[in-house]
Design a protein around this ligand. Structure first.
Ligand code: BMA
Length: 965
């Protein structure tokens, strides 16, 4: 499971002494740097072609610490941690090994300088303007050219352009980028602010094991730690950079807005291709200040449209925006659709600037899509405004239920995240029927390639601005840099069809109203600051820069209602307005009785641990105990260990601690079962609530974004995918509970309610719904009820209401010794088309708790493993039959090869055919040697497992390595 370069490197390190391991690594890195520099140049040159313009990207960097005791090679783009790792200054195997976050903390506490020297083409300085352009500096740095300071940075999310024409004396230029320790810088800012008043939190919760004052530095907030991640506060030139000499305009971004010229149909009609009024804004860095400049812009859209515009650029403070309009006729382009609603056609849009005498040109190109987005907040009942407002997403005139999740940084060091890994994670979202990803506000504005992949996969992006779980300063420099950040990020990202909306912050309205950081005694002061930052500054800049996407001030938030209540609502978690983040670790998560019937659930979740194979890579034997220091170290959520133990213990037997590795593995596995069923329960609740209101006006739920998709490291977290890419049990459940058609069951007042929820835009009739009643002690169903049903489009409807005693006859069919009937039986749903194929994934509901249920021990084994074959999913598809001698719960298959199973974590009442889709070439023998299978009753006792193993007569080809170490 290692799509990430760091993991591959880890493998390499295990294999030999450093010189054998690092020799090739360093050689490869050197080659890669040279190739990357060249490719960066080519990439830059291809999107920003220049006639007379000169662009240079010198690549020989070195790195030294504050007092010069450490001097190593530097990588740009990159970061200090990676360079120190490659130079073997940081050791200890895997970057995330054990307590490395503590052991490497000194790196964040030191100052670091990147230096390079290069020869300058004398022609460069002959240009009107010569600038050093950094697409990203992380974070507080002084930029020094030939011993003179040319500029400073203080915001990781801002693009810096430093004028250097007057500093490039001589042929060789020395460039230093001197970064201040991020922790020391943040502390200084906090102290300076505290002279006036404190902008809290004073520090993160001790459970985070983090660094204080992230809110005082414009940097990835989670790099100072979070409740799912470690503190590794990096420094470095983390994005591309170059030196440019130019005379007129340098194109840097293209913004794109398209509005249909006719009303879009309210049911998707893929043959309908409306005309579009298009506005293209070409954003340029100008070589001269405050003048007008004549020239021309050539705009082209794929091979559909091209036009030369003669323009007079009006230059404002070195920045120029050229606005060009055109109209596309009907049938010229196809519409872009979110995942599940149609395809994602993308069109190349390019703009080429040429100055008047055509001596200079510069260009950029982006891929765009044609769609409309809206966040509708109409009253749910015009006649009764007290019932609140909708919060529903409308794309291309279709109201769509948002199914998705929240994205955090895929690694604490952005330079470690490859395009391949980003694609794998986003594809895992799309492959599980998701259509919306919230880029959460404590990470980074993601890479261009992240949004390009989202465009391709039809994933709508709810884009937070990077302010999370804190109060923030509002001094002038802070507001100034924030304005630049918001404007630049919107200008960079706005053209992507995947962008759904902008949101000002994560949970800061809720934090202020709920007094999370002790602000209540000075509420008015902090409220004033809140409004100054998010309303007066961020909202103003966002709305001025882009009028083509909705803007909301916070998440959670009551939308229009929050604004009407003065931006800090009395209850930002209102179920009648806006979105809600809901976490409840104390009540029974498998019942979910306390879940709020919100308009839009933008965060909810439960923790689990990665499986043993993942934990093993960064731990040693002494850590393999759920109470070990290591496990507490990697549990950053305050009270998280106890909450997990509570939730697991509510439903399953917690294996007694005997110090064995098996018991440790069982604990990790049980945590994943708890999480998968808990989030399934809650998500189904939200989906069932999409079509009606209760008497309080709650309902019309229109989105469920669980917390969280991915992991930043190997630790306790809410993620559905482990660090490295392995799907947790939850992610297999996501694929089922987000299916366009869901059969969902729950029990209330001794009745089984069966809903069908459909996101399909067309009705489906002639379906047969079967509810099977099963006992745990026999594989054949004991009763079934079936009916023909019709699935209405975009609707949740109650299709069966069964009395547990009269209809399901549980009092007769589910008795066993002294067990309650509920503890002996469970139900499984099937929905079939008339031709017998499945119209929805099978679903289940356990009436009792497995720990109270009569569960015979199940022996599960694998039979007939074969492959590889080529399928649409993978070139290396393996198939197998999973068998069990009894009903088996939460059957879990595991392999170390990157790839996914067609199903996992399932219930077995008979044989199950499963496929494994390997991402990389692997042989049948490797699969057979590596695969393992476990089910719930294996966790009851090691002895019982081995006894059953010995008792049974197996076919010699059957595989039954119940636990695999
Ligand atoms: C919300 C998020 C994150 C956090 C998660 C789990 O508060 O916005 O800040 O990681 O819940 O606690």
């Amino acid at each position: 499971m290692a799509p990430n370069p760091l993991n591959r490197e880890r493998e390499a390190r295990r294999e030999g002494p450093w010189w054998r391991v690092y020799g090739p690594v360093l050689f490869c890195v050197a080659i890669m740097c040279a190739v990357a520099s060249y490719l960066a140049y080519v990439a830059y040159a291809s999107t920003h072609t220049a006639h007379d313009t000169i662009i240079m990207i010198p690549s020989n960097w070195s790195l030294r610490n504050g007092n010069g005791t450490i001097q190593v090679g530097g990588t740009v783009p990159g970061g200090v941690y990676t360079d120190l790792l490659l130079a073997n200054v940081l050791n200890g195997g895997d970057f995330y090994h054990r307590f490395n976050d503590f052991e490497y903390r000194w790196v964040a506490n030191d100052n670091w300088t990147y230096s390079t020297a290069f020869d300058v083409d004398p022609k460069l300085v002959e240009h009107e303007r010569v600038a050093l352009i950094f697409e990203g500096l992380d974070t507080a740095a002084e930029v020094v050219v030939n011993s003179k300071t040319v500029g400073e940075s203080n915001n990781m999310f801002v693009r810096y352009v430093f004028d250097v024409k007057d500093y490039l004396e001589g042929t060789t230029v020395n460039l230093d980028v001197a970064f201040r320790s991020p922790s020391e810088y943040a502390t200084q800012k906090y102290n300076e602010q505290a002279v006036d008043y404190i902008v809290p939190p004073k520090c993160v919760d001790p459970a985070f094991k983090g660094i204080c004052h992230a809110n005082h530095i414009r940097k990835m907030q989670a790099s100072f730690s979070w409740d799912w991640g470690p503190a590794f506060a990096n420094s470095g030139i983390w994005k591309d950079w170059h030196i440019v000499g130019w005379n007129s305009l340098l194109v840097k971004n293209i913004m794109f807005t398209a509005r249909p010229t006719s009303t879009l149909p309210s049911v998707p009609d893929h043959s309908f291709k409306p005309g579009w009024d298009v506005t293209v804004k070409v954003l340029c860095d100008s070589a001269i200040e405050q003048r007008q400049m004549d020239g021309s812009v050539y705009v082209s859209l794929a091979d559909i449209f091209s036009m030369k515009y003669t323009v007079t650029a009006v230059i404002d403070k070195y920045e120029t925006m050229l606005t060009l309009n055109f109209t596309l006729e009907e049938n010229q382009v196809e519409m872009w659709w979110p995942n599940g609603y149609g395809s994602q056609p993308l069109y190349e849009l390019s703009a080429v600037w040429k100055n008047k005498d055509q001596s200079e040109e510069s260009s950029a190109s982006v891929r765009v899509g044609f769609r409309t987005v809206d966040l509708n907040q109409d009253y749910v009942d015009e006649a009764d405004p007290a019932k609140g407002r909708h919060y529903r997403v409308i794309v291309n005139n279709i109201t769509m239920f948002m199914k998705g999740t929240n994205w955090i940084p895929a690694h604490v060091l952005p330079e470690m995240v490859t395009e391949h890994y980003t694609r794998e994670l986003l594809k895992a979202a799309a492959d599980t029927h998701q259509n919306c990803i919230r880029v959460w506000g404590g990470g980074i504005y993601e890479t261009d390639v992240f949004y390009e992949i989202a465009d391709e996969l039809g994933l709508l992006i709810w884009q937070d601005f990077m302010f999370a779980c804190s109060m923030y300063p509002v001094d002038e420099p802070f507001l100034e840099t924030t304005k630049m950040e918001i404007k630049m990020q919107i200008q960079r990202l706005q053209h992507h069809p995947s962008i759904l909306l902008w949101a000002g912050n994560n949970e800061n309205e809720a934090a202020l109203r709920g007094n999370w950081y002790g602000t209540a005694s000075d509420f008015e002061l902090y409220k004033r600051d809140y409004i100054k930052l998010y309303v007066d500054t961020i909202k103003t800049v966002a709305v001025e820069t882009d009028d083509s996407h909705p803007f909301v001030i916070s998440s959670p938030n009551n939308g229009i209602e929050s604004e009407e209540e003065g931006h800090v609502a009395v209850n930002p978690y209102s179920t009648l307005y806006g979105d809600v983040h809901y976490y409840n670790y104390l009540s029974d998560a498998w019942l979910g009785h306390a879940t709020p019937r919100t308009r839009f659930a933008s965060e909810y979740g439960f923790q689990s641990w990665p499986v043993f194979r993942t934990m093993k890579a960064v731990t040693t034997e002494e850590d393999w105990n759920r109470e070990s220091a290591m496990m507490y170290h990697r549990q950053h959520h305050p009270g998280g260990q106890a909450e997990l133990a509570l939730q697991i213990g509510l439903h399953m037997h917690m294996p007694p601690q005997d110090g064995s590795v098996e018991v440790y593995e069982y604990y990790l596995y049980l945590s994943q079962i708890h999480q998968a069923v808990a989030i399934k329960t809650e998500t189904e609740f939200y989906r069932r609530a999409m079509s009606d209101l209760n008497e309080k006006g709650e309902g019309y739920t229109s989105g469920a974004l669980y917390w969280q998709l991915n992991d930043i490291w190997q630790g306790a977290s809410w993620a559905s995918i482990e660090y490295g890419g392995r799907w947790k049990m939850l992610h297999y459940y996501v694929k089922k509970f987000f299916d366009p058609v869901l059969v969902s069951m729950y029990v209330e007042n001794e009745k089984l309610f069966v809903y069908i929820v459909s996101d399909l835009v067309h009705p489906v009739d002639d379906l047969r719904l079967v509810i099977d009643l099963h006992r745990y002690d026999r594989k054949e169903r004991v009763h079934n009820i079936n009916d023909t049903v019709l699935v209405s489009p975009s609707e949740a409807s109650l299709v069966m209401e069964l009395d547990m005693w009269q209809d399901l006859q549980m009092d007769q069919l589910c008795t066993y010794d002294l067990y309650d009937e509920e503890d002996v039986c469970f139900v499984v749903s099937h929905l079939y088309h008339s031709n017998g194929s499945l119209a929805a994934p099978d679903n289940f509901l356990l009436f009792g708790k497995p720990k109270d249920a009569f569960l015979p021990h199940a022996v599960v084994w694998l039979n007939n493993i074969s492959g590889p074959t080529q399928t649409q999913h993978s070139n290396w598809t393996f198939s197998m039959t999973v068998r069990s001698d009894e009903v088996a719960l939460f059957v879990w298959l595991e392999l170390d090869c990157p790839g996914v199973f067609s199903d996992n974590g399932f219930l077995m009442t008979g044989d199950v055919e499963v496929e494994f889709y390997a991402y990389e070439e692997i042989t049948l023998t490797e699969i057979e040697e590596n695969i393992s299978v476990i089910s719930l009753t294996d966790t009851y006792s090691k002895e019982r497992v081995s006894k059953n193993f010995i008792d049974r007569a197996f076919h010699p080809n059957d595989i039954m390595n119940v636990v695999h170490f």
